[in-house]
Design a binder for this molecule. Structure first.
Ligand SMILES: [Zn+2]
Length: 456
């Protein structure tokens, strides 16, 4: 995968005759061209030969250009466990499958897991993500992300509490903080700024109060994001009420985990008071509709978050609880799920497109660079072919076509930082057959090794 390629200068590219869904502040949709130069969007609309110079041309009539999708809750470390942890509730799923699996990972198998996940994400048009790793070997995820060309916030999973956690995943508080700070120093700003760090305490049930407080302090000192799970099941509220006398959200606020740099995955089991806390602290909820359905966690009330002014983003979560990492699936579900409860207009396609692009970028604090197609921003974008697909045509409103009809196979080209990562539906510079052969080997090895960590 691109051993050196991403630091090489690239030729300008002239994307011609497309429908450009800008997601700019006016949400303009422009029929015309888009010029990429020096990794940035140099022009949108009418572009002539004089402006384009010797740019490589790509004829795109019948195609739609959108910002690259931003997914704010992913576990690249879990990809090898896809289709191995089905039809279970969260806590059994964690104890019986996910923790033993994560305990069995090596730097080599973790790297393969991350590369498979990244290949799937990039082929589906995701160009930025927020990842929660496992407890160890996080450098392998950083390296895979660096080589892939994607934009990623990575973070080592922190967990210093819990008797049922397999021995290799248990860590003490000091060691967890020390390793997180080392990874921050190593990875924050790496790969020309494409890789950033985010502290990733797993959830209140797996972390001591001291660990969470120290994460809150380090985040404030370093201006570094925090990524955790919250209120996915009622069990988390029961746990924090029993131990701290507070709801899960109130507890996270008390220990300094909420805030404008924080992304809390799920937010299914919250009340109006929790929503007020999230809104007052500008904390983002990452909505993961497939995962919430598959683990029977419930349905997050996104219209209520919108009403309270809580920032919301979108994410697929990990492969074992989804079982895809596909932005199109999450967009369609996010739109459909709310309608039986709150009416057909409660989550329109145009709102869902915001969650998957500009609002995800805002959640990660990178909306000055990506999340919308505007002159001067980084060229992180996706080209989908809708007109030639009988499942997406023949016409109609473009947001509806993207959210309700389009699927991953409609993605033809993907650019990140102006570099082409997908060309005519194929990953650039990746031998996918070879990668999947390595993945099968890593999978077999990990399934064998994890047996020793499955309790009783
Ligand atoms: Zn998760």
């Amino acid at each position: 995968m691109h051993p050196e390629g991403f630091e090489m200068p690239q030729r300008a590219i002239w994307l011609q005759n497309a429908t450009v869904v800008t997601m700019n502040p006016d949400r303009e949709v422009i029929d015309g061209d888009l010029l990429i130069r020096d990794g940035r969007i140099a022009a949108i609309g009418d572009i002539d030969q004089q402006m384009a110079g010797d740019a490589k041309r790509l004829e795109l009539s019948g195609h739609v250009i959108t910002p690259g999708f931003v997914q704010c809750h992913i576990h690249l470390c879990q990809t090898l466990m896809r289709n191995h942890a089905d039809d279970m509730v969260l806590i059994d799923w964690l104890r019986g499958r996910i923790w033993p699996y994560e305990a069995a990972l090596t730097p080599e198998t973790l790297a393969v897991s991350a590369r498979v996940g990244l290949a799937e994400l990039i082929l589906g048009g995701t160009t930025a993500l927020l990842d929660m790793g496992t407890v160890h070997h996080t450098d392998a995820i950083g390296e895979a992300a660096r080589q892939s060309g994607i934009r990623a916030h990575i973070g080592k999973c922190m967990m210093d509490l819990g008797d049922e956690v397999p021995e290799p995943l248990r860590e003490d508080t000091d060691e967890s903080v020390r390793e997180s700070l080392r990874l921050y120093e190593t990875w924050d700003g790496a790969a020309e700024g494409r890789i950033r760090y985010a502290f990733a305490p797993r959830f209140a049930v797996s972390c001591t109060e001291e660990l969470l407080r120290r994460v809150g302090e380090a985040s404030a000192d370093l201006q570094c994001p925090i990524h955790t799970h919250s209120s996915e099941t009622e069990f988390e509220n029961e746990f924090t009420r029993e131990h701290y006398g507070l709801s899960n959200i109130d507890f996270l606020k008390q220990v300094g985990i909420t805030g404008e740099r924080s992304v809390l995955a799920h937010g299914v089991h919250v009340d109006d008071d929790d929503c007020r806390v999230l809104a007052d602290t500008h904390t983002t909820i990452c909505h993961c509709p497939s995962s919430n359905l598959k683990l029977a966690s419930g349905i997050a009330n996104i219209p209520r978050y919108d009403k309270f002014g809580v920032p919301v983003a979108l994410g697929a979560d990990g492969a074992p609880c989804n079982n895809n990492l596909d932005a199109f699936t999450e967009m369609r579900l996010a739109a459909l799920l709310q309608k039986p409860f709150h009416g057909p207009q409660s989550m329109p396609a145009s709102r869902v497109l915001e969650l998957a692009t500009i609002d995800g970028a805002k959640a990660l604090g990178i909306d000055d660079e990506v999340g919308s197609l505007e002159v001067g921003k980084s060229a992180d974008l996706v080209v989908t072919n809708l007109d030639d697909d009988p499942g997406c045509g023949p016409g109609g409103e473009v947001a509806a076509r993207l959210v309700y009809s389009a699927q991953r196979h409609n993605v033809r080209h993907v650019f990140a930082s102006g570099r082409q990562l997908v060309d005519d539906g194929e990953l650039v510079g990746v031998d996918l057959r070879r990668l999947m052969a390595q993945a099968r080997e890593a999978h077999d090895d990990t399934v064998r090794r994890m047996q020793q960590f499955i309790a009783g």
